[in-house]
Design a protein around this ligand. Structure first.
Ligand code: ADP
Length: 601
């Protein structure tokens, strides 16, 4: 049943009660009105008629009395006038006989009136001074008059009494009706209250339970089912609600399954990694680790804290520092265990939310033992070979120079040309060997850094003075942007000059014709000064930008004649100063090579 129909049916009894009470009240009013009507019609008319008859009888009697006392004409007139009045009222009364005994009384009064009329006629026929007249009046007419008056009085009484009775009856009836009406009204009110209560209950109760269930659903308790107790709108709402809850449950089920599957895949992938991988919470508790990590942790005594540098990187990562992703093996850590000595290259990557907030850290430890050994062998080999090559190369170079100076005899132009080429190449070879030796020395751990305080301004000024010529000679423009009042720094001058020279020579080599090279110096936070060299060249593909600092790396299609050692030497120098080195570049937009040096404290 729809809610509409239920409300209609619920209120129908109330309307019926109202209708019944109304009809009854109308009936009662008309009944009371009818009773008054009857009294008016039946009794009141008789009262008036008998009153008039009494009056007419008196006037007829006084007419006779006048005649007796010598007022013959006046007495006759009075009698004649009163006679029709009496008869009219007597006729009216005869037509309005309503009470028991009333008819007899009316017949009696008519009889008496007829006798009275006969005697009166006899009275008026006698001469006015006849003593028989007097005796006729007093002996017969006067007693008959009294009797007529009394009979009329009886009719009057009878009707008056009945009026009083009818009035009392009507009043009693109205009182009884009022009481009945009050009862009916009270009964109606009680019924209405009961019906309204149950009606409200039947509508409100399911709504309350629906509201509670909806609240529970909103709080994530999806196991909600509301009973469908009716087929009205509320019932349909409950059905829809149950369907919605079921849909939500199904949705959650499928999302949970998807999540579980994704979790399982991640877990499996992680386990499949041969290198230890550990995921830490912001509180540095292990949240996830693979088998290799478990084994690794057991070897180092149970916790990552045993690896001092790694826990420092983790700390920095959690504080928002850039990810730690070393590119060379020198950051590898030696871990001794029962299985022997192993080198692990740590990588520390922060897990960030969309807002950038760090919610954990991933530590990956790459086993680089084999590479590290190979790298060491390579470095040693390069160092040895370079060293061994240097002596014969020096004497070769010396011989070429001597020949070119024509100390041992004159040269023809062809010979000079060949020797010039030989000198150029032996110079390059010499530089290369110097670079290799430098690098080998850095990697061997030997400190080549003898730092002395210097003003940043002065350092920059000298670099400009020294490099200006090279830049101008290639038709390029050198621009300097220096922040005023830069703090002092501690550097090994020849080494830092070497870094600038490498940056600027690279910039010159990669600049377009009439390009500008911009040399800048500015503060980097409170504790460092940042120097940079920016050119307008073709830039470096992004994926290669990080690798340009690796040994022997050259951008493949660049076609440079270098061996790819300059930047790796620069990196070693800057790191040895406690600074950072990097490049901002994009293909086609030029490159900005920069390094930072710590402020002198
Ligand atoms: P090299 O000593 O051979 O120049 P570097 O280590 O200095 O080697 O540089 C490595 C590679 O980086 C170079 O081969 C070059 O391709 C690239 N490179 C360096 N500087 C720039 C620059 N300013 N613009 C474009 N590429 C550059």
């Amino acid at each position: 049943m729809t809610l509409n129909r239920r409300l209609l049916l619920g209120t129908a009894p109330l309307m019926l009660i109202l209708l019944a009470v109304g009809i009854y009240a109308i009936h009662l009013f008309s009944k009371l009105g009818g009773a008054i009507d009857v009294i008016m019609r039946e009794n009141y008319a008789s009262v008036v008629a008998s009153q008039n008859m009494k009056e007419a009888a008196e006037r007829m009697d006084s007419g006779l009395a006048f005649a007796l006392n010598g007022e013959e004409q006046k007495g006759r007139d009075s009698y004649q006038q009163a006679l029709p009045l009496f008869e009219q009222n007597s006729d009216a009364e005869a037509k309005n006989i309503t009470l028991p005994g009333e008819g007899e009384l009316e017949a009696k009064i008519q009889r008496q009136h007829a006798d009275y009329q006969k005697l009166a006629a006899k009275f008026f026929a006698l001469p006015n001074n006849d003593p028989a007249r007097r005796s006729l009046y007093f002996d017969e007419l006067l007693p008959l008059f009294t009797s007529i008056k009394n009979t009329a009085g009886e009719i009057l009484d009878l009707n008056q009494k009945n009026m009083v009775e009818a009035n009392n009856q009507a009043r009693a009836q109205s009182r009884a009706s009022s009481q009945l009406m009050v009862f009916i009204l009270l009964g109606g009110l009680a019924t209405a209250a009961i019906i309204s209560y149950f009606l409200a209950q039947s509508i409100v109760r399911p709504l309350v339970s629906l509201t509670e269930s909806a609240q529970q659903l909103g709080e994530g308790h999806l196991d909600q089912h509301v009973p469908v107790v009716s087929h009205d709108e509320v019932g349909r709402l409950a059905e829809t609600f149950n369907k919605m809850a079921a849909r939500l449950r199904a949705y959650r089920q499928s999302t949970t399954e998807q999540l579980l599957r994704a979790q399982q895949t991640t877990h499996d992938a992680l386990q499949a990694f041969p290198d230890p991988i550990i995921v830490l919470s912001p509180e540095k508790e292990i949240q996830l680790q693979n088998v290799a990590a478990e084994r690794f942790l057991k070897q180092i005594g149970g916790h990552l804290d045993a690896l001092a540098p790694v826990s420092a990187y983790i700390e920095q990562s959690l504080k928002g520092a850039p990810d730690f992703q070393p590119t060379s093996f020198d950051k590898a850590m030696l871990v001794s265990s029962d299985e022997g000595e192993k080198f692990f290259l740590p990588r520390v990557l922060a897990m960030r939310k969309e807002t950038g907030a760090v919610f954990g850290v991933v530590v990956a430890l790459q086993d680089v033992t084999r590479f590290r050994v190979a790298d060491d062998v390579k470095t040693d080999l390069i160092a040895t070979v370079s060293h061994e090559l240097k002596t014969p190369l020096t004497s070769l170079q010396m011989a070429v120079y001597l020949l070119l100076e024509e100390k041992v005899g004159p040269l023809n132009s062809k010979q000079t040309e060949l020797l010039l080429a030989a000198r150029h190449n032996s110079d390059r070879l010499f530089e290369m060997i110097e670079d290799l030796l430098d690098l080998a020395r850095f990697e061997g751990g030997a400190s080549l850094i003898d730092k002395k305080p210097v003003s940043s301004h002065e350092l920059l000024e000298e670099v400009v003075k020294r490099e200006q010529e090279l830049v101008s000679s290639r038709g390029l423009h050198l621009e300097v942007a220096e922040e005023p009042h830069l703090p002092a720094i501690a550097v090994s001058r020849p080494r830092i000059d070497q870094v600038f020279a490498n940056f600027i020579s690279n910039a010159v080599r990669h600049s377009p014709a009439r390009g500008t090279i911009k040399l800048s110096a500015a503060r980097e936070g409170a504790k460092a000064v940042r120097f940079s060299v920016k050119d307008e060249g073709r830039g470096i593909p992004r994926e290669m930008a990080r690798r340009v600092f690796d040994k022997f790396f050259r951008v493949p299609e660049a076609g440079d004649e270098g061996v790819g050692l300059g930047l790796s030497i620069a990196r070693e120098i800057v790191l040895a100063h406690g600074g950072n080195i990097g490049v901002d570049t994009d293909r086609g937009r030029g490159s900005e090579f920069y390094f930072t040096l710590p402020v002198l404290s």
